[in-house]
Design a protein around this ligand. Structure first.
Ligand SMILES: Nc1ncnc2c1ncn2[C@@H]1O[C@H](COP(=O)(O)OP(=O)(O)OP(=O)(O)O)[C@@H](O)[C@H]1O
Ligand SMILES: Nc1ncnc2c1ncn2[C@@H]1O[C@H](COP(=O)(O)OP(=O)(O)OP(=O)(O)O)[C@@H](O)[C@H]1O
Ligand SMILES: [Mg+2]
Ligand SMILES: [Mg+2]
Lengths: 257, 257
């Protein structure tokens, strides 16, 4: 049975793409079969895995807007068990492209995933920093939403807006949508603010907060510039080890389902 | 004559709000009369100046959606020469609220600024990480766009999409729109990647890149959690000093105009 995890937070730059790439690759190291879907027109997840979205002939845009065969667009990556459904800038126009053709514009992703020929253990969906049609498609298709929360001051307000959007999707198109968990990212243990925010978030969300905390770690941006997940580029760095323990926590939940 | 500067970059978390707040407050320290407009429904700039957007009776939403008097919504701040036009979550629905009433939805901000009674030297506009109707309103109203660029790997792609959006607005609603400059943010001189990206950006954009570089500095997020600009909270911190030199560069451009 495939578990679909959407990565969402309306706040920008909190580590959504970094989490999508490195959770996916850590799970692939544990021999889970993973499909990473890049639903952000900026295509950072596509680039972070070494692809140039402007050079690809097809992307998820063709699948969602024109019903192109999803299996022909999926790319294999440097990791054996990790496949990628790449993005493109064209995805930014999905809302207007779809306008009259479809009854519910927020269900096109969920419908297209029904055509997958290959069996995956997990599907991970990266999203842009907004709550528009792309995020709604991700939430309608997902079993659970993982919310990266940067250990910084502005973080909590955006979490509230993201939770409101999730509960709206639960009431409308996807009643079984749950919260996969809150992930603390870019944690800097040397600062008072980092510890303060972390305590606040753990007190607020309790056991819904992953035990794994992602430290601020230079290996992470360096790995992106090489087009590799940090779990492959520097497997024993603090950033990589944190994503391995996150993957273990996600897999442990499998038995509870 | 008022100069209107929009802060834009489609990438999230690059320091747009931090730059909007601290450039405005640094200019106010030099006794320039400043209006900071928060055009992001997340209201981070409103919160970063100590206001709770859920407690305010009016916001920029009322001005743009219902033609409410802009002068009645403006708030004075902790700094004598700095006023704020606060945001609210309702702003996220502006696109659908305006739908049929207005001929061009991207001009409502420019029109409402014509009703300002008070004279400002600079108007600074903070925007969300997207290129939707709110960003288009900012670009249509601005004289120049300041683009914060984080010294990280994914930064350059989003700059390209932001520049494409600017040139589209130049061709349609605002032919006099220019580039105020590229500002390097969250620069960490200890890392190789930081220096690499900085050299790349300066080589690409040459004299359009501000000399001032904003270092990664813990006083910045700490000041936001106190609802104060860093120029007020820790005036001699590395973050604050960098925003003062940015303000001086922006003022020096006054003579070239
Ligand atoms: N733990 C970390 N340590 C250091 N840098 C990090 C870490 N996580 C992410 N980054 C860097 O911070 C920046 C923002 O991260 P990322 O792009 O993953 O965020 P995002 O939420 O996907 O952004 P957007 O909202 O634009 O989609 C990137 O340059 C990334 O390399
Ligand atoms: N120079 C800096 N040093 C340290 N932290 C910084 C710096 N600039 C910004 N930050 C922190 O990084 C986070 C992102 O900054 P900010 O909110 O200003 O970005 P933004 O581009 O406005 O984000 P969004 O795209 O969500 O609007 C904030 O928590 C902020 O406090
Ligand atoms: Mg991203
Ligand atoms: Mg912001």
């Amino acid at each position: 049975m495939t578990k679909i995890i959407g990565i969402a937070n309306q706040k920008g730059g909190v580590g959504k793409t970094t989490t999508a790439i490195n959770l996916s690759s850590a799970l692939a190291h544990f021999k889970r079969r993973i499909l990473l879907i890049d639903l952000d027109p900026q295509s950072d997840a596509t680039r972070g895995l070494g692809f140039d979205s402007t050079l690809l002939s097809r992307s998820i845009y063709d699948v969602l807007a024109n019903g192109y065969d999803i299996n022909k667009v999926i790319k294999r990556t440097a990791l054996k068990y990790l496949d990628l459904l790449p993005s493109s800038l064209k995805l930014a126009s999905l809302d207007s492209t779809l306008s009259d053709k479809v009854e519910d514009k927020t269900l096109v992703l969920r419908e297209s995933l029904k055509n997958l020929k290959k069996e995956y253990d997990y599907i991970v969906i990266d999203c842009p920093p907004s709550l528009g049609i792309l995020n709604l498609n991700s939430m309608a298709a997902s079993d659970g939403i993982l919310i990266p929360v940067q250990c910084e001051y502005f973080a909590l307000e955006a979490v509230a807006t993201t939770l409101a959007a999730i509960s709206k999707v639960q009431r409308t198109s996807n009643p079984k949508l749950g919260i996969e968990g809150f992930l603390l990212t870019m944690y800097d243990s040397r600062t008072r603010l980092g510890t303060e925010i972390t305590t606040q978030i753990r007190a607020l969300f309790k056991e819904n907060t992953f035990l794994a905390t992602i430290p601020r770690n230079i290996s992470i941006p360096e790995s992106s510039s090489k087009g590799l997940p940090v779990t492959l580029y520097r497997p024993s760095s603090a950033g990589s080890l944190a994503y391995f323990s996150l993957a273990r926590e996600v897999m442990d939940k499998e038995f509870i389902r």
